[in-house]
Design a protein around this ligand. Structure first.
Ligand code: NDP
Ligand code: HSE
Length: 437
């Protein structure tokens, strides 16, 4: 039974996600209102172009290009425009007018989250962002609430649906990166500028958000190490598969101790990595996402599901709508973000991990010994070596695949530079980190 007044909901943006949110709100608004005990009324949808085609059939009278007037008359504002401006200005306006705000905008949260959370705290409003990481997967609320009493040690996540879709198509269908990206764009997974996906910016933004939540400390976006997937070749993906690995773009957030300074801190990084084909993350296909998390008391947890897509992401947004509406009915101020731990943020050079390096070498006596010496001179311990020899031809060659024990980024970089400079190595054809062993 509805006992509270109607809550006025303003929607900013009606693209892949916004159109589905509007459609579901219109279709299920009454039922959602009954869950909350308040009427939920979508009062308007602000867009850039009133004539643009929509992926859902929505009432024309709701559309406007006057976002500011819409915001000022709302109890709850949902921002699904994306990008920094005007989204940031609109969110500040909404919060300052006392509205609760819901956003899926990881780019904005990763760069201006602390300012927005501060405004929300000052005015007693709440900023919800379940859809900003992992699409439909509930991961923000579990980190903020369910695991708030535990100590998260490490997060290993596939948090970008587009790149997972691309790497999976390269692996399973043999597509090129370009073919798979075009399909991901057609399916609505990619950002408006897909460089955000393939160059790892989107995953880095999500890593900053996850790390800040998990470690109760603000992890700035520019402290997140980032490599995208543009340098990954079909040959690397196929060779990984033959050796019992899959290539995934991972976001890794962890507590660690710098091996040189002994400083204890946290780090966040995004890069392609080899994952054993038996690891749960290897079974994450298509545009799905998964967040594999290790906490001191809870142990290992995995959150899995659709990481991108309009209607899937709309589910997470609607969950936030229900939470915001419940808060209105109950009353009282919003809950502030927990970022007061102030833990040092460590750079990528503090990280140690395993590597798999592929070299093209001359197949003659002494080469293996020379290569092994270079590893040992830089303090990198070799775990396994595989050689595929090509004995035919005047100058026989071989491919050497070398797996290392854990080594620091700096030791590995120095080893790779030395390998590239020695005359017995004709090419360093692949250097990939190995995670999840
Ligand atoms: P789209 O590009 O599909 O849609 C953006 C919408 O915003 C369009 O309706 C556009 O209007 C509107 N818009 C753009 N500029 C303005 C403006 N200045 N004033 C008013 N409206 C404006 O984006 P998505 O729906 O894909 O993404 C929305 C947000 O959700 C982004 O932050 C994205 O990162 C995030 N997200 C997206 C996911 C996905 O799978 N797509 C998954 C998880 C999060 P018009 O249509 O008139 O051009
Ligand atoms: N472009 C993003 C992705 C959308 O592919 O994961 C979901 O955040």
């Amino acid at each position: 039974m509805i006992e509270y007044r109607n809550l006025r909901i303003a929607l900013l943006g009606a693209g892949s996600v916004g159109a589905q949110v509007a459609s579901l709100l219109i279709e299920h608004g009454t039922e959602l209102g009954e869950r909350v005990g308040a009427g939920l009324e979508l009062v308007g949808i602000a867009v850039r172009d009133l004539k643009a085609a929509r992926t859902a059939d929505l009432p024309e009278h709701l559309f406007t290009t006057d976002a500011e007037s819409l915001i000022l008359g709302a109890d709850i504002v949902i921002e699904l425009i994306g990008g920094i401006e005007p989204a940031r200005t609109y969110l500040e306006l909404a919060l300052n007018s006392g509205a609760d705000v819901i956003t899926a905008n990881k780019a904005l949260l990763a760069t201006h989250g602390p300012e927005l959370f501060e405004i929300a705290e000052q005015v007693g409003a709440q900023l919800y962002y379940e859809a900003a990481v992992g699409g439909a997967i509930p991961i923000i609320r579990p980190l903020r609430d369910s695991l708030a009493g535990d100590r998260v040690r490490r997060i290993l996540g596939i948090v970008n649906g587009t790149t997972n879709y691309i790497l999976d198509r390269m692996d399973v269908e043999g597509d090129t990166l370009e073919e798979a990206l075009a399909e991901a764009q057609r399916l609505g997974y990619a950002e408006s500028d897909p460089a955000a996906d393939v160059e790892g910016y989107d995953a880095a933004q999500k890593a900053a958000i996850l790390a800040s939540l998990a470690f109760h400390t603000t992890v700035p976006l520019d402290s997140v190490y980032r490599e995208g997937i543009l340098a990954i070749t079909s040959e690397q993906v196929a060779a990984a598969r033959r050796s019992g690995f899959v290539v995934k773009l991972l976001a890794i957030c962890e507590r660690l101790t710098d091996p040189v300074t002994g400083v204890e801190g946290v780090s966040a990084r995004v890069h392609p990595a080899l994952v054993p084909d038996t690891h749960p993350l290897a079974a994450v296909h298509g545009a799905n996402n998964a967040v594999f998390l290790e906490a001191e008391a809870a142990g290992s947890l995995m959150f899995y599901g659709a990481g991108a897509g309009g209607v899937q992401t709309a589910s997470a947004v609607l969950g936030d709508v229900v939470s915001a509406a419940r808060r209105h009915v109950i009353g009282g101020p919003g809950v502030a973000e927990s970022t007061r731990a102030d833990i040092p943020i460590l750079p990528i050079s503090s990280v140690s991990t395993r590597y798999r390096i592929t070299l093209e070498v001359a197949d003659k006596p002494g080469v293996l010994a020379r290569v092994a010496t270079l590893f040992s001179e830089h303090g990198v311990s070799v775990e396994a070596v595989r050689q595929d020899a090509r004995p035919d031809g005047a100058s026989p060659t071989a491919t050497l695949v070398i797996g290392t024990h854990e080594a620091t980024e700096s030791a590995l970089a120095a080893t790779v530079a030395a390998l590239g400079a020695t005359d017995v190595v004709s090419a360093v054809s692949s250097v990939l980190r190995v995670e999840g062993l």
